[in-house]
Design a protein around this ligand. Structure first.
Ligand code: C2E
Ligand code: MG
Ligand code: MG
Length: 700
């Protein structure tokens, strides 16, 4: 591109002698038409492969006055020389330029045998070459275009130079780049409708250039140029149409108020070609950017950009940050009830609303989830925008959206803030799912609202306890265990609150919250290419017997891109009180999807060996009460032994002993051929980060 442009420029320097030569071999690489003419050649074949000293000076060895050793890439070396072979005197300007991947000598020669004239044109050429040379340094098309505008403005001593780009859909021209006599300026936003007759852009005259003045009677009063001239209150304007390589007009370059060189269109014409190149490059970059970083359906940024943006926010020094996470509830139902295209419309609508409140910082991060960032925005302004968002999204019955928000001032932990907003969103989503059930009244208790508030306020945390392979001592998995912090900060055990929530029928909120937290942790680990073991999540039988249980947990996993084989569904022995056939079908369904299913608390009062025989669990967890007595009580030892043998007899059932506290218990379980153990002997339940640090440190 650069070489081609360089050649175009040199071709434009029609009446100048311009040549390019290799600085080492002196081989002539290019000779302008005027140069060919001066040395009596009619075509390029006359000089190709020959050295410059032979063709230009008629010498058989490099010229004794060769200036190669004096040349730089930054400035012209200017000198005068009498060419004896041609009998002419030349003003020479030499410098090094990049051509076809190498550094070559460029010489521009002006015949000054007769002196006088031509000096102004030389300035134009110099400005062009200077500009082209520097353009090579700008990868950013915007900078390159601004640079061209500045060169043009200075050369014509203009008031301002603008580029007006055409918007075919809107049928308008709008200024997209601007320079005024001081500096690059923000382009004005005035739109000009498509021109009628008499326009330089429309008629695209042969000169490719138009200079009009305000008092010019011939100037088409309705032409685009004239309207621009008037709007800017200028007396004169040079205008050049911007025409792409397919011959279509894409814009106009206007130089208003030129005071000098108004009869020298070459510079503006030549540089306008560069402007077109850069506009095309910018359009290409834009399309590439759209493909890489945008969601094609909604036009919002995609997950890839979202992850980059999080990194940027972490590095930025922010005074405060607002985060919004939103999720379209029951999108699948919307699709199946109203059709896919309606679902798509809802997605686009949601995206537009979000983008409306945080333009340029809104993301579609998965199928039905969106996020938006509000850096350095005050709490009240943020709240105001959130209210606006809530008011706009939930106006239609068919579309329900769960919104989680978080605003923090001062030292900001971006990840934590996103997690908080996501948690809150998950909570609202869950409560929406519960509240839209047929028997919703039963679920609308005060306790439920209180529970939602408590989850929202971070009252519940998820701990992980490792499961250890007894033979190798390696971690084979983890169990997620929930904790609640009381009003004075004390830790409340699940045994204290799970039964109450079960009774109220709201324990699902806790179970799904724990699953969601596990999935999110896994997703974060996976996206940073770190491992995470199979993790068991406890589900109350109330949750499990809920109609939408399988769908709900699958949706949660899907939302975080987690495969079911990463999650073990732990159900308590009490489940066996329910219809065994229903339970067997459910276990089969879960295993069919890919979940691992384990039977918890085996050996407690609800134990029923028939359950083990009739349902295919992947794992059976021997309750702590059995392990407690395994060393001292023969009965306990026999039951555990039988359970282990039975498990071994049932295909692939793994036995996990819970609550191992002593070396003796461990030793006995090993003797009984137990596979896996869990207990304080190895570790108490740990916070997620402690667990990762202690057990997953090798790939951290
Ligand atoms: P579980 O599922 O049988 O969990 C094992 C319990 O034994 C955990 O108590 C764990 O902390 C405890 N444990 C493990 N090793 C030892 C040990 O060596 N010594 C002693 N003394 N205890 C040990 P935790 O966390 O208090 O949980 C109690 C029960 O609450 C769980 O029993 C489970 O049934 C229920 N639970 C916990 N998290 C959830 C949840 O998210 N949803 C539901 N529905 N239930 C949960
Ligand atoms: Mg358990
Ligand atoms: Mg248990």
């Amino acid at each position: 591109m650069y070489d081609n442009n360089l050649l175009r420029i040199m071709n434009d320097a029609n009446d100048d002698t311009v040549y390019l030569a290799d600085i080492n071999t002196h081989e002539l690489l290019y000779l302008s038409p005027a140069a060919c003419k001066a040395v009596g050649l009619t075509s390029a074949s006359g000089y190709q492969g020959k050295p410059c000293y032979k063709v230009l000076q008629g010498l058989d060895a490099p010229c004794p006055f060769c200036t190669n050793h004096l040349l730089t890439e930054t400035e012209f070396y200017i000198w005068e020389h009498d060419n004896e072979a041609l009998g002419r005197r030349y003003l020479l300007r030499d410098r090094l330029v990049h051509y076809q991947g190498r550094l070559v000598r460029m010489e521009i020669a002006a015949d000054i045998t007769d002196r006088g004239g031509g000096i102004k044109r030389q300035f134009a050429d110099e400005a062009i070459i200077n500009c082209i040379h520097q353009l090579g340094n700008f990868d950013d098309p915007d900078l390159a275009i601004n640079h061209c505008l500045a060169q043009i403005g200075i050369f014509y001593k203009a008031d301002c130079v603008h580029i007006y780009e055409m918007n075919r859909e809107e049928k308008t021209f709008v200024s997209t780049y601007g320079w005024n006599s001081q500096e690059i300026c923000v382009p004005n936003t005035q739109k000009y409708s498509f021109p009628s007759a008499g326009s330089c852009v429309e008629s695209n005259n042969e000169a490719g250039f138009l200079c009009i003045s305000a008092d010019d009677r011939k100037a088409g009063k309705h032409s685009l140029e004239y309207r621009i001239l008037q709007a800017q209150g200028a007396k004169k304007m040079i205008a050049v149409p911007l025409i792409d390589r397919l011959g279509a007009v894409i814009g106009l370059l206007g130089v208003t108020g030129p005071q000098d060189n108004t009869n020298a269109p070459k510079l503006v014409r030549t540089l306008s070609r560069f402007v077109i190149d850069r506009l095309e490059k910018r359009a290409l970059l834009y399309r590439l950017d759209m493909l890489t970083y945008h969601d094609s359906m909604t036009g919002l940024y995609n997950r890839k950009r979202y992850i980059e943006r999080i990194r940027e926010l972490k590095e930025a020094s922010l005074s405060c940050l607002g985060v919004v996470c939103i999720c379209i509830d029951k999108l699948k139902n919307i699709n199946s009830t109203y059709g896919q295209s309606y679902g798509d419309r809802m997605l686009i609508r949601t995206a537009n609303i979000l983008n409306g409140i945080c333009p340029g910082d809104a993301y579609r991060i998965s199928g039905d989830m969106f996020a938006g960032f509000f850096p350095d925005i005050g709490r009240e302004d943020f709240q105001c925008l959130v209210e606006q968002l809530k008011a706009s999204v939930n106006v239609k019955d068919t579309l329900h959206i769960s919104i989680g928000t978080k605003w923090s001032p001062g030292e900001i932990d971006v990840t934590e803030q996103i997690i908080d907003a996501e948690n809150l969103m998950g909570m609202y989503k869950q409560s929406y799912y519960v509240s839209t059930r047929a028997d919703k009244d039963a679920y609308c208790s005060k306790l439920k609202n209180k529970l939602i508030e408590e989850i929202k306020n971070g009252k519940f945390t998820v701990l992980l306890q490792p499961k250890i392979h007894l033979k190798t001592g390696k971690v084979t998995g983890a169990e997620a265990l929930v904790r609640k912090s009381g009003t004075s900060g004390e830790i409340i055990s699940p045994a204290m609150f799970i039964p109450i929530y079960e009774k109220e029928g709201i324990v699902q909120l806790i179970d799904y919250y724990v699953l969601e937290t596990v999935c999110r942790t896994m997703r974060d680990r996976i996206s940073s290419k770190k491992s995470f073991p199979l993790t068991s999540v406890n589900f109350s039988r109330i949750t499990i017997m809920d109609e939408g249980f399988v769908e709900n947990i699958c949706n949660i996993l899907k939302r975080y891109g987690i495969s079911p084989n990463m999650i073990e569904v732990e159900m308590t022995e009490r489940m066996t009180e329910t219809d065994l056939q229903v339970l067997a079908a459910l276990v089969k369904q879960l295993r069919g999807i890919g979940f691992t299913v384990s039977l918890d608390d085996f050996g407690t009062e609800y134990s029923n060996l028939a359950t083990l025989a009739s349902i295919d669990f992947d794992t059976i967890k021997i309750d702590k009460s059995m392990v407690d007595h395994i060393v001292t009580n023969e009965n306990a030892r026999v039951i555990v032994e039988h359970a282990i043998q039975m498990g071994k007899a049932l295909d692939q059932t793994e036995l996990v002993a819970e609550g191992i506290e002593t070396y003796e218990q461990l030793h006995t379980l090993k003797q009984l051929n137990c596979d896996v153990g869990q207990g304080y002997y190895f570790s108490k339940p740990l916070t997620i980060s402690e667990f990762c640090q202690r057990y997953l440190h090798t790939d951290d």
